[in-house]
Design a protein around this ligand. Sequence first.
Ligand SMILES: [Zn+2]
Length: 74
Amino acid sequence: MPEPDHNPGPPQAHVVAYQHPELAGVLLCHEHGESWAGLVPLTAGDLPHGGFCGWGTSDSHVCGRALATKKPRQ
Ligand SMILES: [Zn+2]
């Protein structure tokens, strides 16, 4: 019997960002969204124009990572 494939379950590989369920427009990158329960995973199709990670600390540092959906072709 071959070993079963490691099925990742939800299509996490296609998640490009996470959206806060209550704060409209607040997006988080993978690094900051993965450890935050309750966020809504977004795929490239959900973010046609991309966005920026809005994760911030109490001392006003903001992640600001670009949540690009497509790599530039130039
Ligand atoms: Zn971030």
